[in-house]
Design a protein around this ligand. Structure first.
Ligand code: ATP
Length: 384
């Protein structure tokens, strides 16, 4: 049943009833392998829309990124930003190329990714980390892995981007920014996720782990104290604290101890890339950047220029990010069709991985990106 307009969503008919099942998604294929994996994701999205009654998605593709910056001088025109702002969700392939830089050395990808993150207040980076069927275990011991890293996305050390100082080429500084409000928001997202999940693989206990360096810097001690205030409000979920250096070891030695992990921006960036490596690599790592009003979904990897243009990229991270997009829309709009579509994509992708016959070279196979995408579409058809 559609919900009544309460001011927290944008799509309503003339009666003021929220319209579910009918969404506009802005696609930003971007650079390098971005267009190749986006083609696959959009094929998968098209097919799931055909298969799930009551779901309609209009895709509005825009050119943004390093190549566009090279040819026009602007990585993302304002009209593209406006389209992102008014869309129901954003699906991003990969933005940036290593040598596309501003004169001060900053990569051009920030003009797109950071602009969207900051202007749309996508304050939580969500990166699921789970063992996938058919994917060789990169860690000795084969412990089951199923946790989510929640990274604070708009504060922390990266808030200093473009704001650091360099004094006469002798002294350089960047300032970390931790606010009570920002830390509370991201901690609440982490506890909200823990409520819905099934707990950590080790013993099913629901737990949120705060990763910081509270023993060295007062900013991280503050992050922890605000996290603890939020934890006090969720007595049904356990809390845990781990210093970031220890965390990198624990992610390798005992990854089954984690359920939801929350961290400051830079620490979240580092531990989520490490996490991706423990479950088969960047080609499998989906991610979401979400706030209260907007959501952007993209694989955790970059544009991989070393394999771009050769139909070699693994499309899994991109396809699973598309499933996260539909899941987010489904939760946000209480839309069972979008939730069903997300589950279908997830199951189809896992089936192709488990069979292992049509997977890309990074997974030890010989399939092209297109062929793996077609196999996922076929697996979707097989569910019907
Ligand atoms: P960025 O700084 O833009 O995030 P990065 O330095 O993390 O980029 P990536 O572009 O993610 O680098 O690539 C890192 C390595 O992983 C490269 O060797 C690349 O080929 C490989 N890689 C990344 N994504 C994929 C993918 N989808 N399929 C196969 N290999 C990939």
């Amino acid at each position: 049943m559609p919900g009544r307009h309460t001011g927290d969503s944008k799509r309503y008919d003339q009666r003021g009833w929220q319209q579910v099942g009918n969404y506009t998604v802005v696609a930003l294929p971007g650079d390098g392998i971005g267009p190749e994996i986006t083609d696959v994701a959009l094929k998968v999205l098209d097919r799931v829309v055909e298969l799930v009654p009551g779901l309609d998605v209009t895709v509005d593709s825009h050119d943004a990124g390093a190549e566009r910056w090279r040819s026009t001088g602007v990585a993302m025109p304002d009209e593209t930003f406006d389209a992102c702002e008014s869309a129901d969700a954003i699906l991003m392939g990969a933005i940036g190329l290593p040598d596309a830089r501003h004169p001060d050395g900053r990569e051009v990808n920030g003009d797109v990714i950071f602009r969207l993150r900051f202007a749309l207040d996508l304050f939580a980076g969500i990166r699921p980390v789970r063992s996938l069927p058919g994917v060789a275990d990169t860690l000795a011991g084969g412990k089951p892995i199923d946790y989510v890293v929640v990274r604070e996305n708009v504060e922390g050390l990266y808030a200093s981007r473009t704001g650091g100082t360099n004094v006469r080429g002798e002294v350089a500084t960047d300032t970390i920014v931790i606010t009570a409000n920002g830390t509370r928001k991201v901690s609440e997202i982490a506890f909200g996720l823990a409520t819905k999940r099934g707990g950590r693989p080790l013993d099913g206990r629901k737990m949120v782990t705060c990763v910081d360096k509270a023993n060295v810097l007062s900013s991280y001690a503050f992050f922890r104290s605000v996290f603890d205030q939020v934890a006090d409000e969720h007595t049904d979920i356990e809390r845990d604290h781990v210093y970031v250096d220890a965390m990198t070891a624990f992610q390798v030695q005992r990854p089954d101890h984690y359920d939801v992990v929350v961290a400051e921006n830079m620490f979240g960036d580092i531990i989520s890339d490490l996490a991706a490596a423990t479950v088969g690599g960047l080609g499998l790592a989906a991610s979401a950047d979400v706030g209260y009003d907007h959501g952007m979904f993209q694989p955790a990897h970059g544009s991989a220029p070393d394999i771009a243009g050769r139909d070699l990229a693994n499309p899994t991270a991109m396809v699973l990010s598309t499933a996260m997009l539909l899941d987010w829309l489904g939760e946000r709009h209480d839309d069972k069709a979008a939730l069903e579509a997300a589950a279908k994509i997830d199951a189809a992708t896992l089936k192709v991985l488990a069979e292992g016959t049509t997977v890309t070279a990074d997974l030890g196979g010989s399939a092209s990106c297109t062929a793996m995408g077609d196999a996922i579409v076929a697996a979707l058809d097989g569910q019907a």
